[in-house]
Each structure stands twice: as C-alpha cells, then as structure tokens.
Design a protein around this ligand. Structure first.
Ligand SMILES: [Zn+2]
Length: 181
C-alpha cells in the first residue's frame, strides 16, 4: 500500500545533525497520520508521499523547515519559587508564552540555568537553529480509522493517548508552568 493522505505510517528513523552527530537513535519508530495533520515535519511527509514499505532514504532539513531559527526572545527568567523542586538543568516544563492572550499554543520550556533564586527557561525547541538529517525506513503503512482522521492523530501503540487535556494556562504576565512527563 502506498503512503497517501489518511494512511498511518510507521517509520524507523535516525536523526543526526548536518555533521552526522547522532541526536536520536529512533529506538521507538515514529508512527504518524500522513496528510498534513502536522504529526511530523512537512518535509518528511513530502519525502514519503507515494512510497511503500521498505522505502528508505536520507534527507536533510534546514532549520526553517524544521524547528526554526533560534529566537533569543523566548528565553525567560523566572523566580525559582514558581518552579517545583528538585530542579535541574535540562528539565522541561510546559508553559504559555507570556502576555499574549490565551490563544497561543503551549510551549515547552527547558531549564538552561539555575542561579540562587532565579531560573532561566528557554522556550526554543532543543533542535531550533539546527539542520537535521533524517535517515528514514518505512516499516508499515495502513489505512487510518475514521476516528483517527477525525482526531487528526494516530491511536493505539505509539499513538496518541487521551488524558485530561483541559489544563488551561494561567492568565497574567508570567509563564504558566506545568511539569510534563
Ligand atoms: Zn484521538
């Protein structure tokens, strides 16, 4: 079966940077709903569209087609007492960008520095500013269920798990912080 809109694609992958330094070994395959649902990078969909099980390739994706350029304005300094303990550099939190109303998508902030009573949170994607090289190998293609198409994501193994997703960001001029797993 060919990869087309509304198929569920299982793809084994390895991710490295443009210098071939391994970023993710992809021990867990990526499973995504194909067809512009933003389950994966558009360049990956473009590469795999029309292909079948067994297809493999290596593609390089520039930052503007991946996770964007590094944006220094996404770095925030927060009071340490607003964050849970224990706190370590590298921990990630889900938060809302401050001061821009509630319609924004939640962002992931990474703790990049801790100093006395302040914490530096970086809202850039850890892969922002990097060219990414994906080695891809298509392992499975199946038709999506009606429910998956309605939801815009894959269910089942490696797919989306429904939990309570209605935790709203707090109002105000701070980053609203929720620990993520
Ligand atoms: Zn769903």
């Amino acid at each position: 079966m060919k990869i087309a809109k509304n198929t569920v694609v299982t793809v084994n992958y390895k991710l490295s940077d443009a210098q071939d330094n391994l970023i993710e070994d992809g021990r867990q395959p990526m499973v995504y709903l194909h067809g512009g649902y933003e389950n994966t990078l558009p360049k990956i969909e473009e590469e795999l569209d029309g292909k079948e099980v067994g297809y493999s390739s290596i593609i390089q994706i520039e930052p503007e087609d991946a996770f964007g350029d590094y944006d220094a304005s996404l770095v925030k300094v927060e009071e340490r007492n607003r964050l849970p303990e224990p706190l370590e550099v590298g921990m990630q939190f889900e938060g809302m960008p401050d001061g821009e109303g509630g319609a924004e998508e939640a962002m992931i902030f990474t703790v990049t520095d801790i100093a006395d009573d302040k914490v530096v949170l970086d809202g850039n994607h850890p892969l922002a500013g990097m060219a990414l090289r994906f080695s891809l190998n298509v392992a499975d293609v199946r038709e999506a269920t009606d429910e998956e198409i309605a939801h815009g994501h894959v269910h089942g193994a490696h797919g989306h798990h429904h939990g309570d997703e209605d935790d709203e960001g707090e109002e105000g001029d701070h980053v609203a912080i929720h620990p993520i797993h």
